[in-house]
Design a protein around this ligand. Structure first.
Ligand code: BG6
Length: 471
């Protein structure tokens, strides 16, 4: 009999975000979100108003097809489904006094459906979908006012869903504000015009809002487990030169700082130094310092690739990864979008985070964005996605190794378990799913769903609790 390092009760599943899956961008009383004016993702500046070429407006129409999609997730044996709530469905303008009942009722129906199939929801409160009005009127998270609007929003969520949703994430990839200020922080001012202080002040406001959400959860949803969510990209020194090692440590710090604050409840010394050396004096009140002490229950993260760093300014930085990159690692293959493929890096990150924080971890994104070809076999349309199976298998084997290393891991949700619109490029052809969705980059397609080969593969992995992985 095969053995497995995955513990009983390990949460297997998949993940998506409202703006990339739902569509129905103007239905049910929803207001506009920043995504509705980002037809090209982060590849081009936002536009004034929604345009028909924006695939996210309809996305894959989960808004109407959620029951069918959740049934497919259940067929794979999902124990957990990570979804986000579109803030602008609940508060169409972000600063409204009262929530939109129709929006709340939509997620009631989604949670009912999940409950029916015994799937635990894992909810991201803010996943790159700040209400557009908050970007336009307040310049997003640069403004302290957003803390109050976010608090109002989470109070509504915890009151309404606190009894049925156990796992919550406060902000998706909170460290990405530095790299994608409009998408991640709803900051309207173009990146080139933002000062370093603006950026760190926006981040500070998000960190306070995140800690405040934890505090509110303790009061309104005592059974809730609150996690932070970090874009994990371990940095390897390009050479053994100590200067390269130091440079990678600094790059790592610029990401780890977010976990440190969420877990330890205060800014670490190295983060204060980063700010000091850049001449940034943050507006941090005594109340902020108190609020930050509301630390998280677990740490979640996305992992797609690692990156290398060098202290030598002559070394070319063409290494690509999710939202940011560094020096290309010649030892690693890359995806069709140039992201380094590094399964061992996932074991490295799991160990690094566990050693550092001793908090349960949750991998809430991992996967391969690839072009798929729909074929017909025995009268059934499908995709033979062996490349995706290989990617996921190799990463999961490393997760198993990390479990053997003693890491405490709650679960694993693959990114885009059904094909959705890409966040960075806004394409549908960058597919991550176990389920093919018939929609193309030009907007054509029937929106029909077709299970891929990986659908059966993942079902087997889940059914055997990881014993079927090829080591
Ligand atoms: C993460 C985001 O950055 O990576 C997701 O949380 C995103 O929203 C995912 O979709 C994969 O990135 P992309 O650009 O391939 O969609």
């Amino acid at each position: 009999m095969s053995t497995t390092p995955f513990p009983d009760g390990f949460l297997w599943g998949g993940a998506t975000a409202a703006n990339q899956i739902e569509g129905g961008y103007d239905q049910g009383g929803k207001g506009l979100s920043i995504q509705d004016v980002m037809p090209k993702g982060i590849m081009a500046p936002p536009v004034e108003a929604p345009t028909p070429d924006n695939l996210k407006l309809e996305a894959i129409d989960f808004y109407h097809r959620y029951a069918e999609d959740i049934a497919l997730f259940a067929k794979m044996g999902f124990g957990v489904y990570r979804l986000s709530i579109a803030w602008s469905r609940i508060f169409p303008n972000g600063d409204d006094a009262e929530p939109n009942e129709e929006g709340l009722a939509f997620y009631d129906r989604v949670f009912d459906e999940l409950e029916k199939h015994g799937i635990e929801p894992l909810v991201t409160i803010s996943h790159y979908e700040t209400p557009l009005n908050l970007a336009r009127k307040y310049d997003g998270w640069v403004s302290r006012d957003l803390i109050g609007f976010y608090e109002r929003y989470v109070r509504v969520l915890f009151t309404r869903y606190g009894a049925r949703v156990k796992y919550w994430l406060t902000f998706n990839e909170i460290n990405s504000v530095l790299h994608a200020p409009f998408m991640s922080g709803g900051i309207q001012t173009p990146k080139e015009e933002l000062s370093t202080k603006d950026l760190y002040q926006a981040i500070h406001h998000e960190l306070v809002a995140s800690a405040s959400a934890t505090k509110i959860a303790r009061e309104l949803a005592p059974n809730a487990q609150i996690g932070c969510m970090i874009l994990a990209m371990p940095t390897y020194p390009f050479t053994p030169d100590p200067q390269d090692v130091l440079k990678s440590l600094h790059t790592d710090h610029s990401n780890l700082m977010f976990g440190d604050i969420h877990v330890r409840g205060e800014y670490p010394g190295y983060a204060l130094r980063i700010l000091r050396e850049q001449g940034v004096e943050l507006d941090i009140t005594d109340e902020d310092r108190e609020t930050l002490k509301n630390t998280v229950d677990f740490v979640s993260f996305s992992y797609y690739s690692s990156v290398a760093e060098s202290a030598d300014p002559e070394v070319i930085r063409e290494g690509k990864g999710n939202l940011f990159g560094g020096v290309e690692n010649p030892k690693l293959p890359v995806s069709q979008w140039g992201w380094a493929i590094d399964p061992v890096g996932l074991r490295v990150v799991l160990n690094q985070f566990w050693d550092r924080w001793q908090k349960p971890l949750f991998i809430v994104e991992n996967g391969l964005g690839a072009r798929d070809e729909l074929v017909e076999i025995d009268g059934r349309k499908t995709v033979i996605d062996d490349y995706r199976i290989a990617y996921l298998n190799d990463h999961l084997v490393q997760v198993g190794e990390a479990l053997e290393d003693g890491v405490d891991l709650l679960g694993y949700t693959t990114w885009g378990c059904i094909d959705i619109v890409s966040a960075s490029t806004a394409q549908l052809s960058k597919r991550y799913g176990f389920i093919y969705v018939d929609r193309n980059d030009d907007g054509s397609g029937t929106l029909e769903r077709y299970p891929k080969k990986s659908f059966d593969w993942y079902s087997e992995v889940i059914a055997t609790n990881g014993a079927s992985l090829s080591r």
